[in-house]
Design a protein around this ligand. Structure first.
Ligand code: GLN
Length: 531
């Protein structure tokens, strides 16, 4: 068995005890990458070959020398009798939206293709300080704007390891695909509207959006500053818990990072679910969705396989002693997407101002006669379609004459969405939920090219994830089955502010209860490249 098929926890324990060298682990990781990944994403990619179509392409940059150096350092510390930390020797990948010192940090955009970060983002720094080994930077939608990873300027785009004709989801598609294919054991992603949970669901891995502020955003290239959350991607709940315990916590470089103490998340794995109140909401099972033929938004039931996965999970947890509370009303959840469309665009447009060809990143190579022309040409050439659309929309809905009608109104609706959660989680209220169980996504992974280019349809892929971003609450996606097409189905659990511990508790209990389920024996298609 390759070391890449083990859990991060067991690898770290063995490395810490000196039974396994970190260099050996890193060798196995690069071996797996060369078996399944194919060529990394580049700007000038030429033809996409049949060989390309069968591989994952999770990476933009491999940081091999840096990884071996880190691994040697871990091994040296173990032989000197020191403890390198709770992630000793665990190979990780980093979504290329985080700055990592001395490495290209591209955001999947031509605008930052030549940008080498002068410092490392706080959560990445903490992972490395705990002994984790960074293998490289993984692909994503340009500036994280998308749900399929197809909008990256670096192609070939990442493909779904379960079936390479399908997208891995997005925007943390490279993170989820790399973890699913065993190219590293953990990955750090970001979630603004669903970008950790949706690809985790599409790739059959665990993805957590922590409470807003639980993890520092310092060193993250910003999308929507009131929504962005860095978070873990892992193959099981316990590894995600370990990873969060390392990443989370206050940071003097980010004043929005919570000063609350970080609990011992690993201890919540041992708690059973007896008496835990788990809600199910019809508002997450029957939702407005664009009709694929006409484009018109109609209210429809989710696919039966997805609904069944939720009900089966609820049953499995009820068998363990949890109380299932049905018919939980979430009346404002369907406003999540329109509200997000407005708020996230305003914040994106504001955050993109800094890319002007002056401070860093791309500058037009062609002639210009004044500063404005330099800006115009730089942005026209440096940004892809999504940043351009988001700047236009963001400027429009926040303009003085429209702001009241759109942006200000969206902010009010956002607080209504939060009050839906407050009502059902209220310990004195009618529902008193510990967690709300829903599907993560309205569909399983879509085929490459099927949804890309249809901004509205693409946005609706986040319908079930985006309310948690508006509310700021934590939410996890965990694998909950395989569809008849052979594609993963994700279960989402949401909890009150800072109750990530409940998500780990319930997620782990579900994993344990379904350890022997037939669907867990099915492996991603790209495993055929691994003997
Ligand atoms: N798919 C959503 C968007 O395009 C969410 C992206 C994200 O969470 N970063 O905005």
């Amino acid at each position: 068995m390759s070391l890449m098929d083990k859990t991060a926890r067991s690898i770290a324990e063995q490395v810490r005890r000196g039974e396994l060298s970190a260099v050996e682990v890193v060798e196995d990781a690069f071996e797996r990458i060369s078996a399944v990944d194919g060529r990394p994403g580049v700007l000038d990619y030429g033809e996409i070959s049949d060989e390309d179509k069968s591989k994952v392409h999770a990476f933009i940059t491999l940081t091999k020398d840096r990884a071996y150096q880190q691994a040697q350092d871990v091994d040296r510390r173990v032989s000197a009798g020191e403890d390198p930390g709770p992630l000793a020797g665990v190979p990780i990948t980093v979504k290329d939206i985080f700055c990592v010192k001395g490495t290209p940090s591209t955001a999947g955009s031509r605008m930052l293709a030549n940008f080498v970060a002068p410092y490392t983002a706080t959560p990445v720094e903490r992972l490395e300080a705990a002994g984790a080994i960074t293998l490289g930077k993984v692909n994503l939608d340009e500036f994280t704007y998308g749900s399929s990873s197809e909008s990256s300027a670096f192609q070939p785009a990442t493909r779904n390891p379960w079936h390479t004709d399908y997208v891995p989801g997005g925007s943390s598609g490279g993170s989820a695909a790399a973890v699913a294919a065993g190219e590293g054991l953990l990955s750090i992603g970001t979630d603004t509207g669903g970008s950790i949970r949706q690809p985790a669901a599409f790739c059959g891995v665990v993805g957590l959006k922590p409470t807003y502020g639980r993890v520092s955003r310092y060193g993250l290239i910003a999308f929507g500053s009131s929504l962005d959350c860095p978070g873990p991607v892992a193959r099981n709940v316990g590894d995600a818990a370990l990873m969060l315990s390392v990443m989370a916590g206050e940071d003097r470089c980010d004043s929005t990072a919570a000063t609350l103490q970080v609990p011992d998340y690993l201890s919540s794995l041992d708690k059973d679910v007896r008496g835990l109140r788990i809600g199910i909401s019809p508002d997450y099972m029957r939702i407005p969705y664009p009709d694929l033929q006409t484009g018109e938004v109609v209210v429809a039931d989710l696919p039966e396989e997805i609904r069944d996965a939720i009900l089966d999970a609820a049953q499995a947890l009820a068998d363990q002693g949890a109380e299932i509370v049905e018919n939980v009303p979430m009346p404002n959840m369907s406003y999540g997407i329109p509200t997000y469309f407005v708020i996230s665009r305003v914040e994106a447009a504001s955050n993109l101002h800094r890319f002007d060809g002056v401070k860093y990143g791309y500058r037009t190579q062609s002639e210009f006669s004044d500063l404005r022309e330099m800006y115009r040409k730089t942005r026209a050439e440096g940004f892809g379609l999504q940043p351009k659309l988001r700047i236009l929309m963001g400027m429009y809905v926040s303009a003085a004459q429209y702001s009241e009608q759109y942006y200000q109104r969206a902010l009010k609706v956002r607080s209504k969405i939060r009050s839906d959660f407050e009502a059902v989680f209220d310990p004195q209220g009618a529902y008193r939920l510990d967690t709300l169980l829903t599907p993560t996504t309205p569909t399983t992974a879509f085929k490459l090219g099927d949804v890309y280019g249809d901004t509205v349809l693409m946005q609706y892929a986040d319908q079930l994830t985006v309310p948690a971003n508006h509310a700021g609450i934590p939410a996890i996606s965990i694998p909950g089955g395989i569809s008849s097409e052979g594609l993963p189905i994700g279960l989402q659990f949401q909890a009150p502010d800072y109750r990530e511990d409940t998500l780990f508790q319930v997620g782990h209990a579900y994993e344990q209860a379904t350890l022997d389920a037939d669907w867990r024996k099915i492996k991603p298609q790209v495993m055929k490249f691994v003997e």
